[in-house]
Each structure stands twice: as C-alpha cells, then as structure tokens.
Design a protein around this ligand. Structure first.
Ligand SMILES: *Cc1c(COP(=O)(O)O)cnc(C)c1O
Length: 391
C-alpha cells in the first residue's frame, strides 16, 4: 500500500485545479499588463481570482490581496515591509513565538540585525501561545505582532481572534502566517482583527510557487520586490497568471468542502492517535488534541530516532515526516518540539503524519499495523531503549 501522509509539507495538485489553470499555461499566454485582447483576458483572470481570495478570507476589498511567490515571500514581506515602514516612527520591537515557521523566525532574526528587538514568546506544553503573554509583551514601541495561525509541525491552532483583539485595542499591527490553516479552519480577517495574513496554494492542493499576502487597507508597508507596476505598484514582477488562477480555484474547493473534510479527518486522526498511544508504550502526542488541525498527528516514541523510523516507513510505502521539510535532513531536533519543553532525546524520536481528503480509513488500518511493528523493531536493537526500560 502507498500512503502519502505528508500534506503539511505539500499536497497533490487537484485535477480540477489543473483544469482551471491549463488555458493560462497554453493559449492565454498574454501579459496581464498588455492592452490587447489576450493580455486583457489574463488580467481579468487575475482580478477575478483576487476577488475570490478576498471573499474567502472575509476581506472587505479585493485590493487588500497581493499575489506573491508563496508563503515564504508573504511572511518576509509582511514583517520586513511593516518594520521598515514603522522604524522611522519610533517603532523597533516585534513580538513573535518560539515555534514559528523559519520564514518568520529567520526574518525576525534578520530584523534584529537591523536594530529591532524581538520578543520570542514561550509556547506551553500544549503548543498554544497565551493571549495574555502577547498583551504583557506589548510596548509603546512595538511595531508588529506575528503569530502563526496553525503550527506546521504539531498542528496546534492558536487563539488568533483573542490575540487580534488585544493587538487592535493596543493599536499594534497583527500578522498571522495562516499557511497551514487556510482550507482547514474557518478564517475571517475582519472578525479576527487580522491586519496581515500569509497563505500559499500548494498547502491546499493548488500549485507550488504561488501565494498571497492580505494587507488591510491603510496599513503602512514598504515594498519587498521592486520593479514594475504590477499589484498596484506594491509587488513587481509579471503575474504568475496560471498559478493565481490555480490558487483561487484550490482555495474555493478547499473551503467549500472544509466542514465535511474536517469531520472525516478528525475521526481518522483520533482513531490513529488512540490506537498508537494504546499499543506503543512510552509514546506521546505532541501538542493539544482539542486545538488541532483535523489532519495532523505528531507523536514521539522514546528510544528511537525519528529518521530511522521515516526510512523504515518509506520502505513500507508510507511518506511521512519527522517535522518540517526544512529541518529534516539535519540531525538537530525540531525547534518546535524543543519549544514545548521536550528533552532532546525525546524530541529526536518524533513522527508527523498529515492527512488530506485523499487518505482513507484503510490507510489508518495499515498505519495502525505498520507503525507499532516498526517502532518495536527499531527498539529491539536500540541501546537507548534498553536503558529507558531498565530505569
Ligand atoms: C509551508 C509553510 C510556509 C512556506 O510556504 P512556501 O509557499 O513553501 O514558501 C510558511 N509557513 C508555514 C506555516 C508553512 O507551513
């Protein structure tokens, strides 16, 4: 059996999305900035996609949506753009959390080199940022609060509306990296007081290399990519027309089927979690189960290496991850698991499974068989496991 269980890393392109994109990869190749017919048709496609994306996140105006090359660019732009715009207004402080994606964490680190001070909020054992911690960290010189909507490794969904309200009351801008959340949980930028929001198509069955940044009207932000007058002179570069059409189509499909999928995936997820916890001793679920993306499982199994588990599972036909795609390949334990307070030796034995609509109950049956077998096999020659057992 072949099981793709790494949908937090990327998802399969939906056939319907490919179908919507194909004309813009073939006969409608015009540049949206051109005035003749074939350019105008491409421009119309971009603008109607912008309207779709705006509507789906509850934005008031399509002009609050800017298309980017993906989630990383949107995160970079939000943070660097706001900080650079506010620096000469006496703002030099950013608030974020310790378990953000590197597209946020590394940008915050680079802002430190530019004279910004960054508060990295603790994440508790449940993988949730506390709104009261955000409130306590806000200062008169705070330029931006950036807290992710849902974590990409452990899938915990943050109290975004509460954090948004606190920021709005304190008159501090609030950005959220919603890359993992879009299409999986309901989002409304107006109701949740979000000023900037990042998303990317390839996490919800759209194409890779196309994302968007929502920027609330009136927010001061510097450009990241300079050049031509595309995106109302805010983001230069000829539009990725097919990508943009694919993003809007994928988002429409993902949000349209969100409720049913959430119910199905939550049931599958919980059956797998309960099954693994009860058959594998010294196993644990990382992060809150309740405040969690429907399709995310992240567990630790003591006494084994996450990498060995992944290789064995790959041989058994299962594509999974030990954390984020950016950190697998290095032997450092994930910064996310360490931020929960897990000791290094436990954080090493982690496994992330992330499901989509393409996964089935049969997949769960197979995983309930193959994961315990593999863990037992790896433990059978692990000196670390012998040591743990003898304690
Ligand atoms: C995947 C991901 C990103 C990066 O998005 P790209 O489109 O791959 O650049 C950023 N943040 C989170 C939380 C992600 O999961």
């Amino acid at each position: 059996m072949k099981i793709y269980a790494d949908n937090a890393a990327t998802t399969a392109l939906s056939p319907k999305v490919l179908e919507a994109m194909t004309p813009y990869l073939t006969e409608i190749y015009g540049n949206p900035s051109s005035l003749y017919q074939i350019g105008a048709v491409a421009k119309d496609a971009v603008e109607s996609s912008r309207e779709t994306v705006a509507k789906l996140i509850g934005a008031k105006n399509p002009n609050e949506i800017y298309f980017t090359s993906g989630g990383s660019e949107a995160d970079n732009w939000a943070i660097k753009g706001v900080c650079k715009a506010l620096k000469n207004k006496g703002k030099n402080h950013i608030i974020t959390s310790k378990f953000e994606h590197h597209a946020v964490l590394h940008v915050c680190e680079s802002m430190e080199k530019e004279g910004f001070e960054v508060t990295y909020l603790d994440v508790y054992e449940d993988g949730l940022v506390r709104p009261e911690d955000v409130k306590a960290a806000i200062r008169p010189e705070t330029a931006l609060v950036t807290i992710m909507y849902a974590n990409n490794e452990i899938g915990t969904v943050q109290p975004i509306a509460e954090i948004g309200k606190i920021c709005r009351e304190a008159k501090v801008l609030f950005h959220t990296d919603a890359v993992q959340a879009v299409g999986n949980v309901p989002i409304n930028v107006e109701e949740e007081c979000i000023d900037l929001l990042s998303l990317t198509a390839h996490k919800f069955h759209g194409p890779k290399g196309c994302g968007a940044l929502y920027v609330r009207k009136g927010v001061l932000i510097r450009n990241l990519i300079e050049g031509g007058a595309q995106e109302r002179s805010r983001r230069a570069g000829t539009e990725n027309v097919a990508g943009i059409v694919g993003l809007a189509k994928a988002m429409e499909l993902a949000i349209g089927s969100m409720e049913d999928r959430a119910e199905k995936l939550t049931k599958m997820r919980d059956r797998l979690i309960d099954g693994l916890l009860s058959t594998i001793e010294r196993s644990r679920l990382n992060g809150s189960r309740e405040h969690r993306l429907p399709g995310n499982i992240n567990m630790c199994f003591e006494g084994i290496e996450g990498e060995s588990l992944l290789l064995k599972l790959d041989l058994a036909g299962v594509s999974a991850s030990s954390g984020s795609a950016c950190t697998s390949g290095s032997l450092d334990p994930s910064h996310v698991l360490l931020s929960l307070g897990l000791p290094h030796e436990i954080a090493h034995g982690s496994l992330r499974l992330s499901f989509s609509d393409d996964n089935t109950e049969e997949h769960i049956d197979y995983l309930l068989k193959v994961i315990p077998e593999t863990v037992e096999y790896l433990r059978s020659f692990s000196p670390l496991w012998d040591k743990i057992k003898s304690e």
